[in-house]
Every structure is written in structure tokens, then in C-alpha cells.
Design a protein around this ligand. Structure first.
Ligand code: MGD
Ligand code: MGD
Ligand code: SF4
Ligand code: MO
Length: 699
């Protein structure tokens, strides 16, 4: 008998990752999925995806998947629930939300979401819901603020040279990102350029990551000192005649001021700040000057500091000094957010938005739920929440406050989830959610230029429902004003958005799988001018005003008036002192994606256990041995975890990879116990990699 040939369906990866891979999903005879592969037809995915998504069947058919709506019967957080029907769950939620609205006002309800799915329909429909009911808004601050603000401060636009041009680069600089773990396709293209053209790969990070292990040159610096490195590099470029003066004259705002300012920012000055050798700084500066086709791939990691926006702007400025932007395979890229220009009004219903409604800061959730008046922006306490696509009781900073807040008996919490996360455990009602292969959606790539369809590939088991089902059903029960968006399916929404954005129709996208929205060469390289009104790259940014791509009105303003005028080391990071001699970086784990996949056995096996990595000399000073159980703490709290000796970092730096559940730590306190939620300059964001701590033996 012939073996049946498995068929293949296509989709797109929904996870919060700049790669947004095009997927080929093997369909087995029994209707289940088999292997998931990267599409080789897609020129960015180029046939490669990460291991965790390749084995997605493990997550889709996980025995712990949520399948039924649940109602809490035990104490808050105790984890005792009983099954109820969808009807009963939705009715109960509506009843509670209406009661809160009547007693405390609509803004006491806070729909809370993030990017567990990046699908534009399933992720962003919650905005239509909040606007329709005038519930509190959310200010997104977990992830992109400092990075986007810093980049746009220079370029005026969140876009850049085609990421596929890395293939024709002579040198690729991977700065403050660990693509082997966090966006694997950057490595595909960088390694291809090395094989084909001998391109050099240069990596800048605070420890020797898996990415740095593959680099020709690796620079390990102290956390939060990237601007010092960038300034010294630019100093050498001007000093040694590598600055492209014609380019500077035509394309930048104040090259003479910058050159004068950098006179004192010598490699010796930067070496003292960064912990690098003078010779290392001189070497890369010369390479950046000599190799015109240099492609800078700037990540998020180095911006998760209190001076992160300044660091990003300084690193991006290097490209404007060398003029590498002019060449194919050259330029500075961070994210392509601005190229899509999608009409999302049917999904989000911005016309229903009341501009007087407050935008609560997502990172300040701990302070908000514990009644901090400043964090509540002077408004009413939060009494009810609907949470989709995020797991704050693991990922949000100031965890002690987050846990305390969710334990409040007078807070009614609804969590729509795929798994019993630590947040779901704190809920009053848990609703089971579909996974991406079980619903339709559309995705845009941050790290590339494709708009991609992710159609439903398999039926969900009986029970889980998609995000828009919950949104639409609740809107009905809550008496939300009529809006056609509440009547539409995900496919209707995708079709409407495509047609109203000038990108064809759903039918066309189904045939083509994706649309390549790469702007032409001149536009992408800013050869027709940068995104600012004067068409120039700005060395002197207008911090906090034009340089604020996702700033909602009413968002908190940080101390932007004290930010440096020109690229410079800004001394605003959390300082070490006698009691807190170390600086902690909470870097990503390769087999987790934020807190996702920490429910899959294979990922947990790979990551083993929560650890803190530190140099043996540093450990010895405190009587810590390799593998010892240690305590790590600061004013925000104390965690217990195992120490591991790791020599490839600067003295005084410690690394803890991955967002493990709080419960994975011996004392039940996870890594975000230690991180701060204070909004950073110029107008907010969480400094996850900028934390002063002490470390000592557990006993
Ligand atoms: N496997 C995996 N993939 C992921 C994620 C994950 O958790 N795991 N998270 C996803 C999400 S939400 C995002 S936003 C992206 C983020 O992906 P990235 O842009 O890669 O950013 P981070 O993951 O925050 O950190 C990347 C690197 O920055 C380094 N770093 C930290 N501080 C500094 C510094 O001061 N200077 C320099 N030069 N480097 C520094 C860290 O050591 C780390 O190696 O990745 C996505 N992909
Ligand atoms: N210490 C430390 N903390 C960090 C970071 C760090 O580097 N260090 N990084 C920060 C960053 S950059 C980010 S972006 C945040 C991310 O943090 P989160 O936004 O919480 O992201 P995930 O942990 O991936 O959780 C997403 C959740 O959404 C659920 N989900 C996925 N798809 C769907 C769906 O279709 N419907 C519903 N209802 N649920 C779905 C998943 O099951 C998962 O539990 O974490 C931040 N926290
Ligand atoms: S690399 Fe990122 S986008 Fe690609 S499959 Fe993995 S998680 Fe998804
Ligand atoms: Mo993120």
C-alpha cells in the first residue's frame, strides 16, 4: 500500500517576534498537524524558523491546554475553579462589568492586552471594545518605546533599508539583539553574506551570547553604555577622515556641532565607561569607516535601560557619519513599522474613542492595581479587567505589587488564555482561547516588509474560542453602541482592511499568501530625505515632541528636558552602590518567547532552571560557588535561584535568561520581582535590563 502523502497548509507565525515567519504546516491524515517549517518561497523567512515553532504540535496538543470556561470557587489565586458554559461565563462577565460601571464609572474597567498574538484582528479588536464602552485605555510600554523613539529621533521615520539587503552587505553589525534566540532570520541573511562575500559579522552585547559566538568580532560592554561606544566610534570617524562630509552636509542637521561635541569623546573616555579596550573601539571604528556597505541591525535589548532611547539614537547616528545609508547593503535598520499604512478603523473603531479617557501605563500595572494615585492618573481605582494575549503575573515589572494587586478581593478579573498561566490562576473567570492555527488573522513583519495572511488551518477542539468572539459577544451584552465591526468575522475584517488600505482583497491575499510592501531603494535609504520636515537626519533630536511615534495623548512625560542634546553617554541608569554592587540584565531565553513556551516540556528541558550568571571572580568576592543556590535582591524584593559561573561578561554584570514563572523559583518569586516599572525618558517604557542588585549565598 502506498503511504499517504501529507498535505501542507500555509500560515504565519503569530508570536511577538520581529521575524514573523511564513510557515508551511504539515497536515497529517488524522487531521492533526505534523512538523511546521519555514517557507522557502518567502524571501525573508528563506526556509528557516526557530525550533520552538517547528515543534508547535507540542503546544497545540498540549494536555494542559484550557478547554472550558472556568469560574473561581477557591480563594483568589488558589487555583480552584469549576467549569461553566460559555453563555453563563459571558453573562456573568457582562453583569459584573455593568455593575462596576454603574458604581465606579466606566474607567474602572481596564481591558488589558498585549502581543501574545500579533494578529491585527485578534490582538487589536479589544480597542474597539474599550472605545465603545469608554473603558480605560492602555499605554503600551513593555517593549518598543525607547527603541522606536530613539530611532525615530534620528531618522524621523520607523523604517529603513530592506532587511534582505544584508545578503549583499560587506559587514553586518548586530547591536543589542540576540537573533540566534530572538529573530533567527537575521542570522540566515548575515551568514549567507559571510559565505557569499566574506562579510564580517560584528556583535555588540553585554555578554557572549550564542549570536556573538558566531561573530567575527564581539564587543562585550557594560549594560547601558552603548552611547559612549557610539560616540567614541564617531570621534574616530571624524578624527581619521572617515566621516562622509558631503553626505553629512546634504543629509544631516548639525554635523559641525556634532564634530565639535565629540572632540572629548575619545576612545580612552569610552573605554573607561564601557569596560572595552581602546584598541577594540579603534578597530571597529576603522572597520565602520572603511567598509561602506555596512548594515547595522539595531535591536531592542540595548534600549531597555533608563538611557535606552539615547543609546539607540547614538548608535543610529553612526550611519549618518559614515554615510553608509547611500549604498545597497548599507544603512541602519531597526523596524519597518511605518511602511504598512493600514486602515484599521473597522478593527479598532477610533471614531468611538473619547479623548478624555485616561491611558493607564501597562508596565505600572502593579502600582495601578494597588491603588497608587499617580499611576491611576488621578482617576478611579481599577475594579474589573479583561485580559487577552499577555501574562502580567510573570512578565510585568515590580512583581510583588502585581501579585498583590491581582489578589484583591474587590477586583474582578477575566483572563482569556490558551493555558493556565500565572495570570489566569488569579482570575475570577478564565476563558479558553484558540491557538493561531485555529483562527484567521493577518500579520505584518517588524523585521521585514511582508504583510502576511495567517488563515485557519485546523478546527479548534470543542471549547476554545477566538479573541473577537469574546469581544463581540461582550459588546452585545454590555449594550455597546452599534458598530459594524462587532458583527464581522475575522475574514470579513481582513478583507475590509485590505480593500480600504489599497492592498487588494482577502481572496487575492489567499492566493498570494503575502504582499511585499518594500518601499523603493531611494525611499528606504532616505535618499529623498529623512522623515523629519527638513528632510535631515537629526543629531540634535527634539526629544519628547516629534520623536514620539506611539505616544498617546495624556501619556506621562519623563524628564526629557534633561536628556543630552547631542549623542552622549547619559548617566540615568540605575547605579550600583555599596549595597547593590551588580547590574542585572534579564536577557531572553532561546527556548521561551517571553513567558510563552514555558508550558512546553521540550523548552523547559532545554532551559533547565532559573539561573544567574556571573564571573567567578565576582562570585568569589561574595563566597559564591558554581551551582550554588543564591539570593539576589534590591529594594523591590528578593529572589532565590542558582548561580552559574560565566566569564564572558564585564565585572559587575550579571545575567538571568528567560521569564520563568514565579513558581519556577524555589521561593515563588520570579525575576521581575527585581525590575522597576518607573517610566523612563522621554515618555515611558520599562527598563527591564537596567537593575542594580546584590547577590549572596542563600544560606
Ligand atoms: N527566544 C526568544 N525570542 C524572542 C523573545 C524571547 O523572549 N525569547 N522575545 C520577543 C520579544 S517580545 C522581543 S521585543 C524581541 C526582542 O529581541 P531583541 O531585540 O533581541 O531584544 P532583547 O531580547 O531584549 O535583548 C537582546 C540582547 O540585548 C542585550 N542587552 C541588554 N542590555 C544591553 C545593553 O545595555 N547594551 C547592549 N549592547 N546589549 C544589551 C541582551 O544581553 C540580549 O542578548 O524578541 C522576541 N523574540
Ligand atoms: N524580565 C523581563 N521581563 C520582560 C522582558 C524582558 O526582556 N525581561 N521583555 C518584555 C517584553 S519586550 C514584552 S513584549 C513582554 C511580553 O509579555 P507578554 O505580552 O505577556 O507575552 P507572553 O509571555 O508571550 O504572553 C502572551 C500570552 O498570550 C497568550 N496568547 C497567545 N495567543 C493568544 C490568542 O490568540 N488569544 C489569547 N486570548 N491569548 C493568546 C499566550 O498563551 C501567552 O500566555 O514581556 C516583557 N517582560
Ligand atoms: S523566529 Fe520568531 S517569527 Fe519565526 S517562527 Fe520563531 S517565533 Fe515565530
Ligand atoms: Mo517585546
Amino acid at each position: 500500500m502506498n503511504k499517504p502523502v501529507p498535505t501542507t497548509a500555509f500560515s504565519a507565525c503569530p508570536h511577538d517576534c520581529p521575524s514573523t515567519c511564513a510557515l508551511d504546516v504539515e497536515l497529517l491524515e488524522d487531521g492533526k498537524i505534523g512538523r511546521v517549517r519555514g517557507s522557502s518561497l518567502n524571501s525573508y523567512t528563506a526556509g528557516v524558523i526557530c525550533a520552538k515553532v517547528a515543534r508547535y504540535a507540542e503546544r497545540l496538543y498540549h494536555p494542559d491546554r484550557l478547554l472550558k470556561p472556568l469560574r473561581r470557587v477557591g480563594q483568589k489565586g488558589e487555583g480552584r475553579f469549576e467549569e461553566i458554559s460559555w453563555e453563563a461565563a459571558l453573562d456573568l462577565i457582562a453583569e459584573k462589568f455593568l455593575a462596576v460601571e454603574v458604581e465606579f464609572g466606566a474607567q474602572s474597567v481596564w481591558p488589558y492586552h498585549y502581543a501574545g498574538t500579533m494578529g491585527l484582528v485578534q490582538r487589536d479588536a479589544i480597542h474597539r471594545f474599550r472605545h465603545a464602552k469608554a473603558y480605560s485605555l492602555q499605554f503600551d510600554s513593555f517593549c518598543t518605546n525607547m527603541a522606536w523613539t530613539g530611532y525615530v529621533a534620528g531618522t524621523g521615520k520607523l523604517a529603513g533599508p530592506d532587511p534582505r539587503e544584508m545578503a549583499v552587505s560587506d559587514q553586518i553589525v548586530i547591536w543589542g539583539t540576540n537573533p540566534v534566540a530572538t529573530q533567527v532570520n537575521v542570522m540566515t541573511h548575515a551568514i549567507a553574506a559571510r559565505k557569499k562575500r566574506g562579510a564580517k559579522i560584528i556583535v555588540v552585547d553585554v555578554y557572549k551570547t550564542e549570536t556573538m559566538k558566531q561573530a567575527d568580532i564581539g564587543l562585550v560592554l557594560k549594560p547601558g553604555t552603548d552611547a559612549a561606544l557610539a560616540c567614541a566610534i564617531m570621534h574616530v570617524l571624524f578624527r581619521d577622515g572617515f566621516a562622509d562630509r558631503d553626505y553629512l552636509e546634504q543629509y544631516t542637521d548639525c554635523p559641525a556641532d556634532l564634530e565639535a561635541h565629540l572632540q572629548s569623546r575619545t576612545p580612552e573616555w569610552a573605554a573607561a565607561i564601557t569596560g572595552l579596550e581602546v584598541a577594540q573601539i579603534e578597530e571597529v571604528a576603522r572597520l565602520f569607516g572603511e567598509v561602506k556597505k555596512t548594515y547595522f541591525r539595531l535591536g531592542y535589548g540595548f534600549t531597555r535601560s533608563r538611557n535606552g532611547a539615547v543609546g539607540m539614537h547614538a548608535a543610529a547616528s553612526i550611519g549618518a557619519v559614515t554615510g553608509c545609508w547611500q549604498y545597497e547593503g548599507g544603512g541602519v535598520f531597526h523596524n519597518n513599522g511605518a511602511i504598512y499604512e493600514l486602515n484599521k478603523t473597522m478593527i479598532e473603531a477610533p471614531e468611538l474613542k473619547d479623548p478624555s479617557v485616561r491611558a493607564l501605563d501597562q508596565s505600572l500595572i502593579g502600582r495601578i492595581l494597588t491603588g497608587d494615585d499617580a499611576a491611576l492618573l488621578g482617576g478611579p481605582e481599577v475594579r474589573a479587567m479583561l485580559i487577552q494575549n499577555t501574562n502580567p503575573v510573570s512578565v510585568a515589572p515590580e512583581q510583588e505589587l502585581v501579585k498583590k494587586g491581582f489578589a484583591r478581593e474587590d477586583l474582578f478579573t477575566v483572563v482569556h488564555e490558551q493555558f493556565m498561566t500565572e495570570t489566569a490562576k488569579m482570575a475570577d473567570i478564565v476563558l479558553p482561547a484558540t491557538q493561531f492555527l485555529e483562527h484567521d488573522d493577518i500579520y505584518k513583519g517588524g523585521g521585514h516588509q511582508y504583510l502576511m495572511l495567517g488563515p485557519k488551518v485546523v478546527d479548534a477542539p470543542d471549547g476554545p474560542r477566538e479573541n473577537i468572539h469574546v469581544i463581540n459577544e461582550l459588546a452585545k451584552r454590555l449594550g455597546a453602541p452599534d458598530h459594524p465591526g462587532f458583527e464581522m468575522s475575522a475574514r470579513d475584517h481582513i478583507d475590509w482592511m485590505l480593500q480600504n488600505s489599497g492592498y487588494g482583497s482577502l481572496g487575492e491575499l489567499e492566493a498570494g499568501r503575502w504582499v511585499d510592501l518594500q518601499p523603493d531603494f531611494e525611499t528606504a535609504h532616505f535618499l529623498n530625505g529623512f522623515g523629519h520636515a527638513d528632510g535631515k537626519f537629526h543629531f540634535r533630536p527634539d526629544w519628547g515632541r516629534s520623536a514620539a511615534p506611539n505616544k498617546p495623548s495624556g501619556a506621562p512625560m519623563g524628564p526629557w528636558t534633561t536628556m543630552p542634546e547631542l549623542p552622549d553617554q547619559w548617566d540615568s541608569i540605575e547605579r550600583t552602590d555599596e549595597r547593590h554592587p551588580f547590574r542585572l540584565v534579564t536577557a531572553p531565553a532561546r527556548s521561551f518567547l517571553n513567558s510563552t513556551f514555558n508550558e512546553t516540556e521540550s523548552s523547559v528541558k532545554k532551559e533547565k532552571r532559573p539561573e544567574v550568571w556571573l564571573r567567578s571572580e565576582d562570585a568569589a568576592r561574595f563566597g559564591i560557588g558554581d551551582g550554588d543556590l543564591v539570593k539576589m535582591g534590591n529594594g523591590r524584593g528578593v529572589v532565590t535561584l542558582h548561580a552559574r559561573f560565566y566569564e564572558d561578561l564585564t565585572p559587575g554584570t550579571v545575567i538571568s535568561e528567560g521569564i520563568w514563572p514565579n513558581e519556577a523559583f524555589p521561593d515563588g518569586r520570579g525575576i521581575n520581582t527585581l525590575t522597576g516599572a518607573d517610566p523612563v525618558a522621554p515618555y515611558g517604557g520599562a527598563a527591564f535590563h537596567d537593575t542594580a542588585v546584590w547577590v549572596r549565598p542563600a544560606e
